[in-house]
Ligand binder design. Structure first.
Ligand code: 3NM
Ligand code: MG
Length: 493
């Protein structure tokens, strides 16, 4: 097969419906998008008759050639042949890939829509040049989708084809826009296989200014998101706990020295307690549950805690709004999915929030973390419920979830487990009295947020600092890693 150098980073898929295109001329809209920098175009038109398809495709091909961008046709191999464009995109219900290849030849670019690992593996075996993996998020542009697979499902597919599909390129599709594209590429990509780009319909075609929309999206796909961790330790580099503890104590001291803001959107039970703990460790708390305030607050260098302990429909909207504002500003966000496994409402709230934005740290008890992972657990109220996991299984759960979400997971319990996917720690930090008061877990979210505000570059250290701050003000400890606290941290995986 001939080598085809194709830039998949910003893949425009067209739509000719009134709802998306309106009364505008498709060819003009695509030309504007090309001027803005889209790197690949698929003509997707489910409405027009064959003669119109061919004549529109010819016009589109003339302008894509001018911009040296390939043009693919959705479904219709015959139209691609008539026009002589670069290839086709086929769905699972369209002409099969081997037949399309036979008709179009080795030099054609052929992409396939996949939403499961099995479909992806079959397409790789059959010689697809690229996969369109979806549906990422629910979208009005395509309603007959099989599954909303999100970033977690996309990553599972990428990991599953990393070997056999090493040369097969990949894009994600479905509901992706300027406010989600960076996170989607960041969270979906697996270390063994990255996404090559994002396919977008309404984010460009329905935009008031398609050229500007394409320019903005191209800039976004080419830069890492503001919350991308600058330094994650190499998985093979051994960790020196004493060195690490000194770094952690520096973070705790840094909070006391710089008084960062901890913006809490938290439950009615712990607001006062959490505010006082934030003050006690040297931070500056603001308890602001109104999402509109987040745009301003996110610019003050602090971090946000979203604690869904007393969730309401309005509260959920406020959380999502604040999450987006902090993601945009590069401020860190801690998620405390309180009682996640207790009710259907809370399980759905978790899904809604994970799809709405990026959490730097997710902190919960065993029942909550299992629910975030996707296991069905029945929590009794906000208590964790009986533990079903041994220590090694707990360590693996937090590690795997951290890898999936590409963040830091904190799971509290008699022993706490913390992981960033490459380093996993157990923290022996418990006290029998903690189980007899309310809010001890919630205030940990607040202390972690303060630590994140002073240490963005290593979120795992910040999370560990959140624990240490609750035990002892770092400033008053001069042990240099020699005291009892050093023994309380152990490195697991
Ligand atoms: N295919 P928008 S979703 C064409 O899941 C298409 O395979 C999908 O449109 C899939 O960018 C989709 O407007 C439409 O959300 C994507
Ligand atoms: Mg199709």
């Amino acid at each position: 097969m001939a080598l085809k150098y194709v830039d998949y980073s910003l893949y425009l898929v067209t739509d000719s419906t009134q709802a998306i295109l309106g009364n505008r001329d498709l060819v003009q809209v695509v030309e504007a998008a090309l001027e803005g920098g889209v790197t690949l175009v698929q003509y997707r038109d489910k409405l027009s008759d064959t003669a119109v398809l061919v004549s529109t495709a010819k016009k589109l091909h003339a302008i894509t050639k001018k911009h040296k961008v390939p043009l693919l046709i959705n479904d219709r191999v015959d139209v691609a042949l008539a026009v002589g464009c670069e290839g086709v995109h086929i769905g699972q219900d369209d002409l099969d890939l081997p037949s399309a290849r036979k008709l179009l030849g080795d030099n054609a670019i052929i992409g396939v829509t996949v939403s499961t690992l099995e479909e992806a593996q079959a397409a790789c075996r059959d010689g697809a040049d690229y996969l369109g993996i979806g549906t990422m998020f629910a979208t009005s542009t395509k309603t007959n989708t099989k599954d909303i697979i999100g970033t977690a499902g996309t990553k599972e597919i990428l990991r599953g084809i990393a070997k056999e599909g090493a040369h097969v390129r990949t894009v994600c599709i479905g509901g992706i826009n300027a406010s989600t594209v960076q996170r989607v590429l960041y969270q979906s990509s697996d270390p063994s296989k990255e996404l090559d780009g994002a396919a977008i319909v309404s984010g460009i075609i329905a935009a008031e200014d398609p050229k500007k929309a394409a320019q903005e999206l191209l800039e976004l796909v080419r830069t890492p998101p503001p919350f991308a961790a600058a330094s994650i330790a190499s998985p093979h580099k051994p960790v020196d706990i004493k060195v690490l503890l000194r770094q952690v104590l520096d973070i705790v001291a840094g909070v006391a020295d710089t008084t960062p803001l901890s913006h809490n959107m938290t439950n009615l039970v712990v607001q006062n307690f959490a505010a006082n703990v934030a003050l006690a460790v040297g931070g500056s708390p603001i308890m602001a549950n109104y999402g509109e305030e987040a745009a301003d607050l996110s610019k003050l260098g602090g971090a946000l805690v979203i604690n869904m302990g007393t969730v309401t429909p309005e509260g959920l909207e406020n959380y999502a709004k604040a999450l987006k504002a902090y993601n945009l500003a590069g401020g860190s966000v801690v998620f405390d999915p309180v009682g996640a496994g207790a009710t259907a409402v809370r399980r759905n709230a978790v899904k809604t929030l994970l799809a709405a934005g990026y959490f730097d740290v997710i902190k919960g008890n065993e029942g909550e973390i299992k629910t975030v992972f996707g296991s069905v657990v029945q929590q009794r109220g906000v208590d964790s419920g009986a533990s079903t996991l041994n220590e090694e299984e707990k360590a693996r759960l937090v590690r795997d979830l951290a890898r999936r979400e590409r963040n830091v997971i904190v799971m509290t319990g008699a022993t706490d487990f913390v992981s960033d996917g490459s380093r996993t720690f157990a923290v022996e930090n418990g006290h029998e009295l903690l189980g007899r008061i309310t809010g001890s877990g919630c205030v940990l979210g607040t202390t972690i947020s303060l630590m994140l505000a002073v240490c963005k570059k290593d979120k795992l250290l910040a999370a560990l600092a959140g624990f240490i701050a609750l035990r002892d003000r770092g400033r008053s400890c001069s042990c240099q890693g020699r005291c009892q606290k050093a023994q309380e941290l152990s490195y697991l995986l």
